[in-house]
Ligand binder design. Structure first.
Ligand code: NAD
Length: 286
């Protein structure tokens, strides 16, 4: 309705087609969220077998959030698997959510840039790679912006909108508007290690891990945080985020700001205890 009103007033139409590359934990859920919000979404992955589970998760989300079967079917119809990536050139917004690997992202950008619409927004969901480094792969680096969603996408209202050194102001503004348009709260941040959220969150989580190392039981730490008013204790939160992801971010912040990485965290990850997703982290899950 809002989009139609905008058109009636002669405004430029809002983006209507989002193309997501990477159908993993984040890309799959970002695609689902955009489809839930009424956007036409195409979803691509180099491993096409990753797409079906993502669509399955989207179906569960739609059934939880929408009232009628008709609405659920319509939302599923808006989420279109794109096995060969042929829709990337039609999209208003392209969101890249592939592995956190600089070369892989750069290679992908080189491959897709010639096919993008000249006015298409190119966004990366990177958690830690400086946008300036990724943008070196583009002939128009000013079109790259960060859209850092949090996991789980459907429950986390905040999206960090990351301005790289070369991001054009108009691109940044459109990324903020797009984020609001999919009913998320944009937080403008600079492309610095950890952006804002991880830079604040990680020292807090690591301090809790240090306490475990000193012998304080995880349940006691979590109970204290809950009593203090936190929605979830820091140790449970670390297990939920994934200890491998915590370690990765901790190392980056360690390099940038001298943050100490607790041995306990290194050990758990080395032993394959990655938190909730692997069935064991600081706690055990069944
Ligand atoms: P994931 O491993 O679950 O999914 C990545 C997907 O990308 C895989 O399905 C893989 O097949 C696909 N892929 C890899 N290279 C590709 C290519 N060249 N073309 C097409 N598809 C390709 O990873 P994830 O956890 O969803 O993370 C994706 C991005 O989101 C990373 O940049 C990560 O840093 C960021 N991120 C992750 C989280 C999180 O909590 N997992 C949170 C915020 C941001």
């Amino acid at each position: 309705q809002e989009r139609l009103k905008g058109l009636a007033k002669g405004n430029k139409p809002e983006p209507t087609h989002v193309h997501v590359i990477g159908a993993g934990v984040m890309g799959g859920d970002i695609a689902a969220w955009c489809a839930l919000q009424g956007w036409r979404v195409t979803l691509q992955d180099q491993s096409p077998e990753r797409i079906a589970p993502a669509v399955g998760r989207a179906g569960s989300l739609f059934r939880r959030r929408l009232k009628t079967d008709r609405e659920v079917t319509a939302a599923l119809d808006r989420l279109i698997p794109d096995h060969r990536g042929q829709h990337v050139g039609h999209a208003d917004v392209v969101i890249e959510a592939i592995f956190e690997d600089r070369e892989a992202k750069q290679q992908l950008y080189q491959a897709i840039e010639p096919r993008l619409r000249p006015d298409a927004l190119l966004a990366t969901n990177t958690s830690s790679i400086p946008l300036e480094e990724l943008a070196t792969a583009l002939s128009r680096p000013e079109r790259l912006v960060g859209l850092h969603f949090f996991n789980p996408v459907a429950r986390m209202q905040l999206v960090e909108v990351v301005r790289g050194g070369q991001t054009a102001p108009e691109v940044f503004e459109r990324a903020l508007a797009f984020t609001r348009g999919i009913d998320r709260l944009p937080l403008p941040v600079a492309s610095k290690p950890g952006f804002l959220v991880n830079r604040i969150l990680m020292p807090y989580l690591l301090e809790a891990v240090e306490l475990v190392e000193e012998g304080v039981p995880p349940a006691r730490i979590d109970a204290a945080a809950l009593e203090f008013g936190m929605p979830m204790g820091p140790i449970t939160l670390a297990d939920t985020v994934g200890l491998d992801i915590c370690l990765h971010v901790a190392r980056i912040l360690g390099e940038a700001f001298g943050l100490a990485v607790p041995v306990r965290l290194e050990q758990l990850v080395a032993d394959g205890h990655l938190g909730r997703k692997s069935g064991r982290g600081f706690y055990r899950y069944h």
